[in-house]
Design a protein around this ligand. Structure first.
Ligand SMILES: Cc1cc2nc3c(=O)[nH]c(=O)nc-3n(C[C@H](O)[C@H](O)[C@H](O)COP(=O)(O)O)c2cc1C
Length: 392
């Protein structure tokens, strides 16, 4: 791909050109006033790191091991619904790019390609993200299916007790169920390139876009009205539901969408293997804290009882370094590889991953660090109070 696209913002700009406006706003936009989304980025940017010189860093490595698997860097792709709208076979593109880089990719419940197809096509370190249906039998049968496909890491997303207030999506007709409003149709027709690249192959090969993982009992067309028992965002979910899954899920089990140390402690008490501290990229609770800021207090509360993964806002390799320095075990994000996939399919998604890895490698050299274990709070210059103090 064109080397002019050398950072995540470049990929974002290209994605903006190549997607119909409503689809770009669906991936790029956030809830309400976009305060949390902006804050996620601001917190990363506000931390200053200082270089160290005359240290031999020629043997440095960005690699880590987590859940018994080696990763090229402490990074994974977050689950994103409708990634199949970015490029032809968009979900497979993300998974293949991740496998090539050597990092995990999380397949979403609401993906437009069946999990079996993604698993067979991509291989690699695939995780699965679960939204819990109200209907408990359907939900537990779905967990069995995920297990039988071969996934060994399950992330249950729990921050959607009610739907999000994304006003741009409503205006564009892009909330669920999808409505073919004159505005959305006009936006799609105004982008014939996307129609040819993504829409036409989809219709020719599979017909209309569908939530391809949904069991036959549920309606899966994006335009279908969602009836009560089909809801995945439900205000009746509670920790007992997680316990039921823990009882049957033999692999690694994480919950995603936590923002408080109290919830992280409960997760540890339920025997979970990790938490993903996340504000959904600012897509649900506006004014939420940035997950990066939560890491130190959560780490103090849970110690090493479970892995602390964060997402929301990482856009640079230096962000991965900062997250590790405040105590995270790994970072995830969803939008960067979506931008990449919209920009150039699998090659674009891979480019996003290369950006993270090469930037992280360069920053480690500049900071005089040879391994991820050496990344500690001593890298910060004049850090704010919430950052842990370096050990003397
Ligand atoms: C278009 C889009 C769709 C998403 N769909 C899901 C989803 O189905 N399940 C989920 O747990 N998170 C979903 N997320 C949230 C991501 O997993 C992740 O928390 C978020 O992208 C982090 O923000 P960042 O990408 O800006 O760093 C979605 C995010 C985006 C941008």
């Amino acid at each position: 791909m064109n080397l002019d696209y050398c950072n995540i913002e470049d990929l974002r700009q290209l994605a903006k050109k190549r997607l119909p406006r409503g689809i770009f706003e669906y991936i790029d936009g956030a809830a309400e006033d976009g305060i949390a989304k902006q804050h996620n980025a601001d917190v990363y940017r506000s931390l200053k790191i200082k270089n160290r010189v005359l240290l031999n860093v020629s043997k440095r490595s960005t690699a880590i091991e987590i859940f018994g698997k080696k990763l090229a860097m402490p990074y994974g792709i977050s689950p994103t619904a409708s990634a199949g709208l970015m490029s032809d076979g968009g979900e497979v593109a993300l998974a293949k790019a991740a496998a090539r880089m050597g990092v995990p990719c999380t397949v979403a419940t609401n993906s437009l390609t069946p999990m079996e197809e993604i698993y067979a096509a991509a291989g690699g370190n695939l995780w699965f993200q679960l939204y819990m249906w109200v209907d408990k039998d359907l939900r537990m049968a779905f967990v069995d299916r995920i297990k039988s496909v071969g996934f060994d890491t399950l992330l249950v997303t729990v921050d959607g007790s009610v739907g999000a207030n994304r006003e741009h999506d409503r205006k564009n007709g892009f909330s669920m169920p999808l409505q073919y409003t004159p505005r959305l149709i006009a936006q799609v027709l105004a982008n014939p390139g996307w129609c040819l690249r993504v829409l036409a192959p989809q219709y020719l090969r599979r017909g209309a876009f569908r939530k391809a993982n949904y069991p036959p009992e549920l309606s899966s067309r994006l335009t279908d009205k969602i009836v009560d028992h089909e809801l995945t965002k439900t205000d009746t979910q509670c920790w007992d539901d997680i316990k039921r899954i823990r009882d049957v899920w033999p692999g690694k089990l994480l919950v995603k969408g936590l923002q408080s140390l109290e919830d992280a402690v409960i997760a540890a008490d339920h025997g979970l293997d990790g938490v993903v501290l996340s504000n959904h990229g600012g897509r649900y609770l506006d004014c939420a804290p940035a997950p990066l800021q939560l890491v130190p207090e959560v780490r103090r509360a849970v110690g090493n009882r479970l892995k602390i993964i964060i997402d929301s806002g990482a856009r640079r390799g230096s962000d991965l370094v900062k997250a590790m320095a405040v105590g995270a075990d790994m970072v995830m994000s969803g939008r960067p590889t979506l931008y990449g996939s919209a920009a150039a399919g699998e090659a674009g998604a891979y480019r996003a991953l290369v950006v993270f890895q090469t930037e992280m490698d360069r920053i480690m050299a500049q900071l005089g660090l040879n391994s991820v274990e050496e990344i500690t709070p001593h890298i910060f210059w004049n850090p704010p109070d919430w950052v842990p103090k370096p050990r003397a």
